[in-house]
Design a protein around this ligand. Structure first.
Ligand code: SF4
Ligand code: SF4
Length: 177
């Protein structure tokens, strides 16, 4: 039986994107704290990416994905919180890309593009996911190196998510339902 991506997640994230564009985008962009933290977060994300490349994780997962293994399955898009989705939209604009949805492959995560995850700031669940095969390939030393490097991304990401949630999402709770 095929697992199918619920139309619910497409509708949910499309609606959230519309709300971001029509209401939240300008407010978030005018906030100085957000601007500063976004720059720090982007640097931290680039450092995380670099360590994934250097340790061979990216190549290892790319080969695995090509062989048909699916670890970015439908339903995992729900791991991304609203404020994290907004952070992605802000980061995407900052670096001049757009966050595309997967509308073609219902068995895959809504954010899985042809070349991997289309998000810039991925959900905590995905950042912490190292399957047995990958952990074994990396070994203890490289795994610790990756986890240490990813700490900044986790800290800045958490601070920013928390701030956006408290200052912008909770006060407009009615809009978000
Ligand atoms: S995390 Fe594991 S299952 Fe997923 S692509 Fe990498 S090696 Fe494959
Ligand atoms: S890494 Fe990206 S594509 Fe994969 S499950 Fe997580 S959000 Fe979806």
């Amino acid at each position: 039986m095929k697992i199918s991506m619920s139309n619910g997640s497409i509708e949910y994230f499309t609606k959230l994107k519309g709300l971001y564009e029509s209401f939240f985008r300008e407010k978030l962009k005018e906030d100085k704290f957000i601007g500063e933290k976004l720059s720090k977060l982007l640097k931290a994300i680039n450092n995380s990416k670099r360590v994934f490349t250097e340790t061979g994780s990216f190549d290892f997962c790319a080969k695995c994905a090509k062989s048909g293994e699916k670890c970015c399955q439908a339903g995992l898009e729900w791991k991304l919180h609203k404020e994290e989705f907004f952070i992605n939209l802000l980061l995407a604009e900052k670096i001049g890309i757009s966050i595309e949805f997967n509308l073609e492959r219902p068995e895959d995560c809504l954010f899985l593009g042809e070349k991997g995850c289309s998000l810039i700031f991925t959900p905590l669940f995905c950042r912490n996911f190292f399957c047995d095969k990958l952990s074994k390939f990396l070994g203890h030393e490289r795994l610790v190196k990756i986890q240490q490097t990813m700490e900044d991304e986790a800290i800045f990401g958490f601070e920013l998510s928390n701030y956006i949630n408290r200052k912008y999402l909770i006060p407009y709770f009615n809009l978000m339902r």
